[in-house]
Design a protein around this ligand. Structure first.
Ligand code: GLA
Length: 361
């Protein structure tokens, strides 16, 4: 029998471990916040050019139980024996904080200019490094715990800046905005230029299945290269969010082959997001699945963010009876693949459900 994700990732909410001086499992916390992870159904590597994305917040997430007060942030995690402990206002460069997960916390505290701290525990059942936005969930949960009281978009933009400060990777807005703004039962279609959100119901008559392939980190990956390659394409074509396939054809001999293929992915992917939303809305799951397959092919060949293992998994999944389509999801270079299928069609991976965005409990 395949190990469950929790088994493979070393357990879920086991409570705080190995640290008892300032924070213990027995403390009674007065507040609870929760932020979900997300899986992207279609529309990858489009957000940082202001394109369209179609992520779904999932029923796995990060929970912080805490008590506000004092000028310190003291948190333990069920995934790390080392606590984080720093004084507000944050003085350290967030990218230098240890343990590493503390970087997202410190960066978020710096973004919000927080002066009231929190003591508490963090637990998460989103596997880290799996492309399911564990860091964005942590940022959004920390933002709420530190008193962020703006709109979901305000929270998401602060969390995105925190992600940049913590990692140095120029990621887009998709993960944080989906996690901040999602409503239960819906995917979160986002226009990453206007930040307009359309909540699209995810029909109960299909399963969304996520399968973990390999750990990855976007730090030191070719993610930043992809952002630069898209900028290079835009310097010739103009904003890719507004470009057509004709514009791409015309640019063929004015751009290097890499930038040209990156641009072709972005323009065709934006189109696929629109088509996917209407296929889902119309109950045309065969078409929705074919669009996911085409998205994967484009990410594999034009955008080159897939891996042989992800390609093999997508091939296996998309040729399984009852599966409408499958694709890599998120930043790529490892992480997870996602499939849309008839209920119960797959016994690998795990079925995820469309969850509500970050909230106080
Ligand atoms: C990561 C980034 C997002 C997005 C995806 C690819 O998840 O954080 O902003 O660019 O990769 O779609």
């Amino acid at each position: 029998m395949r190990p469950s994700v929790a088994e493979r990732f070393g357990g879920t909410a086991n409570g705080a471990t190995g640290y008892g001086a300032t924070v213990t499992e027995n403390d009674t916390w007065t507040h609870v916040v929760h932020a979900p992870g997300r899986v992207n159904l279609i529309g990858d590597h489009t957000d940082y050019t202001g394109g369209l994305v179609f992520p779904m917040a999932i029923d796995r997430g990060t929970t912080i139980r805490y008590t506000p007060g004092t000028d310190r942030v003291v948190l333990t995690s069920d995934a790390d024996p080392d606590p984080i402990d720093f004084t507000l206002p944050v003085e350290a460069e967030p990218g230098t904080v240890t343990p590493v997960w503390g970087r997202y916390v410190a960066a978020m505290a710096a973004e919000l200019s927080s002066s009231t701290g929190i003591h508490g525990t963090v637990s998460s059942d989103i596997p880290a490094g799996a492309g399911l936005s564990s860091s964005a969930a942590l940022e959004c949960a920390v933002g709420l715990a530190l008193g962020s009281d703006g709109t979901p978009t305000d929270l998401a933009l602060a969390a995105q800046r925190a992600e940049h400060a913590a990692t140095g990777v120029p990621t887009g807005i998709m993960d944080q905005l989906c996690i901040a703004a999602a409503t239960a039962g819906h995917a979160t279609m986002i226009d990453c230029h206007t930040l307009d959100i359309t909540q699209v119901p995810v029909p109960g008559e299909v399963d969304v299945v996520v399968e973990f392939i390999a750990h990855r980190t976007l730090v030191g990956s070719a993610y930043a290269d992809r952002v630069a390659e898209c900028a290079r394409a835009e310097s010739v074509i103009g904003p890719l969010r507004a470009a057509t396939l004709d514009d791409i054809s015309r640019a063929r001999h004015h751009l290097d082959d890499i930038a040209w293929r990156r641009a072709r992915h972005v323009v065709t992917e934006n189109e696929r997001v629109r088509a996917f939303a209407s296929a889902l809305d119309g109950g045309d799951y065969d078409r929705a699945g074919r669009l996911m397959d085409a998205s994967h092919a484009s990410l594999r060949s034009d955008f080159e963010t897939s891996t042989p293992d992800m390609d093999a998994a997508v091939e296996r999944l998309s040729t399984t009876a009852g599966v409408f389509g499958a694709r890599m999801t998120g930043g790529g270079f490892g992480g997870c693949v996602v499939a849309l299928c008839q209920p119960g069609a797959l016994d690998s991976g795990w079925v995820v459900h469309a969850a509500r965005g970050a909230h106080h409990r």
